[in-house]
Write a new protein. Structure first.
Ligand SMILES: [Zn+2]
Length: 333
């Protein structure tokens, strides 16, 4: 018996403590709440963690994304997170995945887990997780934080409602506040991430998690417990997975709060970065740098990063429309 989790074992009991070591958890999104959830679950000795994120660490992340330090700036979050988590607990299995969750890869990426933790910052991803949960019977924990408030809601359809029993469709792009429009305090994500990790430990050790949708506003000292919807929606009762079933698409969208565009391909492709490096260097008459699964360079005033899974990030004055045509022209489809 390991001394590492001695205090946890006193509280949970030997069996539950040992059970954690046999569990497999996927954490989608390694930003603020994902950082906190991953930290607690790794330290609790959860046997396998797959940590999924598409982005790299930026300066504005350090205020609240506790897995990263200044030395990680510019690194891929999934890789930096896995490194930090294994420094905290070298005895667990960590699998970093650099990917954007899409209808093309969600099922493959999120199958085979005892629990899926939501560390995302968008509803598109949450509806995909919800579809995988419906399809595979995997419990998941919805966690969201903004400003000084946050929400945690453990879900396990068909035993509980699903996300769509409450909200049928993702809110339209401009309808919801994001961390870019409303801001967020570090302690908010600390509490919400910790709370979600608490519910995760309950789920993993067989204790029922809380059932209501709980929303706490820590800044204004308000608490709400919304009763779960009584009736189940047609999606979870009929195993209808509309988000997973979405067809191929190429989306170019403006990055919130930053000058730039994100391009996503669904289902994800497999770009030949070495070939693209050559093509882009010829096209732009400037060097492009390939590092692992990404290729980075400049065209005019735009700084462009291409990822092996087909995504691209453009920082600069390029509009989404132009980015789309740039992408189809350079990368092809
Ligand atoms: Zn439902």
């Amino acid at each position: 018996m390991t001394a590492r989790t001695a205090k946890q074992r006193i509280f949970l009991g030997t069996e539950a403590d040992a059970a954690l070591r046999r569990k497999r958890v996927a954490i989608v999104g390694l930003g603020a709440t994902g950082s906190v959830q991953a930290s607690w679950l790794a330290r609790a000795g959860v046997g396998h963690l797959t940590v999924i994120d598409r982005d790299f660490v930026e300066l504005s992340n350090l205020q609240r994304q506790i897995l990263y330090v200044e030395a990680d700036l510019g690194q891929l979050k999934a890789e930096a997170a896995a490194k930090r988590l294994s420094e905290a607990h070298s005895g667990i299995e960590l699998k970093p995945v650099v990917a954007d969750l899409t209808s093309g890869n969600a099922r493959e990426l999120l199958s085979g887990f005892d629990l899926i933790c939501d560390g995302t910052d968008n509803f598109e991803a949450r509806f995909l997780i919800n579809d995988v949960a419906i399809l595979t019977g995997t419990p998941w924990i919805y966690a969201g934080a903004i400003g000084g408030e946050g929400v945690v809601w453990p879900l396990n359809p068909p035993h509980t409602p699903c996300l769509r029993c409450l909200i049928e469709e993702p809110p339209a792009g401009g309808d919801v506040d994001t961390c870019d429009s409303a801001g967020v305090l570090g302690p908010t994500v600390g509490i919400i991430g910790s709370w979600a990790a608490m519910e995760a430990i309950k789920v993993l050790t067989g204790k029922p998690p809380h059932g209501d949708l709980a929303r706490f506003d820590f800044w204004n000292d308000e608490r709400q417990f919304l009763k779960s919807p009584k009736s189940r929606c047609r999606f979870c009762t009929g195993k209808v997975t509309e988000f997973l079933d979405a067809r191929w698409s190429l989306k170019a969208s403006a990055l919130c709060g930053l000058e730039g565009v994100q391009i996503r391909v669904n289902p994800p492709g497999k770009l030949d970065l070495a070939a693209l490096k050559q093509r882009l260097e010829t096209r732009t008459h400037s060097p492009w740098k390939q590092a692992g699964l990404m290729l980075k360079g400049r065209e005019g005033e735009d700084e462009i990063t291409l990822f092996a899974d087909g995504r691209a990030l453009v920082h600069g004055p390029m509009t989404p429309e132009r980015a789309r045509s740039w992408y189809t022209e350079v990368v092809g489809c």
